[in-house]
Design a protein around this ligand. Structure first.
Ligand code: AMP
Length: 291
């Protein structure tokens, strides 16, 4: 594995891969790598000739009240973890490399970005779309791997790629969870022991909704109520939103017409967590370590 800090040197690597007839898989991350990231990287490794992983904490997707400065960074450990997966290139650009002076062009996110995370975090998806468009232009991958853990982000990227005619196939990967159902996230590191104990209630709430739907309930509000009732069992968990939405448009549903997705955003102390579960087509098993 070689590490690249400059756009130009990464481009040279990519063009040599192309000359040799290799296809390229790409996994964009913000580092503080965990098993969720590694599952994407391993999948890319198993499906592509050459694999590029990027680690870049993208300032543009953090709002003024977000955790940009405190976001966990551990490049040495991340380097060892990715190196063990057998990837070919690690791209770790500086902020100036991605946003050089005068580079003030940004990508208008698709309409699907407006609700949920888009509403809770103004500007977030503009930052996500802009950095992903830049990274796609730099790496020019055939396949880009994204986790369902960030379900709205995955859908936003799929729409952006289609809307801007970017020649990359977006591959969606299942959510990797802790033994107790908590979705792995770099932000879990912020949780104190009590908060960590409370955090799996998000997954339990999603499972409750999934179970209700499996039993034949089609009223979205009934699933919403089940999620809120479960979440209320952990008073330290403050719900921001819960919804049952169409899995493609992310518009809230009244009557469930699968595929649909249940999504939750909540705060535990100072930490904001999101999670989701699919209903129908491609639905996730609700009690495994990978859903
Ligand atoms: P991040 O470093 O948080 O920007 O995440 C980079 C990629 O890893 C995104 O596509 C995420 O959706 C994905 N990811 C994060 N957590 C998980 C998880 N627990 N399971 C699967 N993918 C994940």
């Amino acid at each position: 594995m070689r590490t690249y800090e400059q756009v130009q040197s990464l481009r040279s690597f990519v063009s040599a891969c192309r000359t040799d007839g290799h296809n390229i898989g790409f996994v964009p991350t913000m580092g503080a790598l965990h098993e969720g990231h590694l599952s994407l990287i391993r999948r890319a490794r198993s499906e592509c000739d050459r694999v590029v992983v990027s680690i870049f904490v993208n300032p543009m997707q953090f709002g003024p009240d977000d955790d940009y400065s405190s976001y966990p960074r551990n490049l040495d450990q991340d380097g060892s973890l990715v190196s063990a997966t057998g990837i070919d290139a690690l791209f770790v650009p500086s902020v100036d490399e991605i946003y050089p002076a005068g580079a003030d062009t940004s990508v208008e996110p698709p309409a699907i970005a407006r609700r949920w995370e888009g509403e809770a975090r103004p500007g977030h998806f503009r930052g996500v779309c802009t950095v992903c468009a830049k990274l796609f232009n730099i790496v020019q991958p055939d396949f880009a791997y994204f986790g369902r853990k960030d379900y709205q982000q995955l859908k936003v990227i799929q729409r952006m790629v289609a809307g801007l005619c970017i020649p990359v196939s977006v591959v969606q990967c299942p959510t990797v969870r802790e033994y107790d159902g908590l979705a792995l996230s770099s932000r879990n590191a912020y949780l104190n022991p009590e908060e960590r104990l409370a955090a799996p209630v998000l997954h339990r709430a999603l499972q409750a909704a999934h179970a209700l739907w499996s039993d034949g309930e089609h009223d979205a509000e009934a699933l919403n109520r089940a999620m809120r009732t479960k979440l209320a069992e952990a008073p330290s968990v403050k719900l921001e939103y819960s919804t049952v939405a169409d899995a493609e448009s992310l518009e809230p549903l009244t009557t469930i017409d699968p595929p649909a997705v249940c999504m939750i955003a909540a705060r535990i102390g100072a930490t904001r967590l999101i999670d989701n579960i699919l209903l129908g087509n491609g639905a996730e098993r609700s009690s495994t370590s990978s859903s």
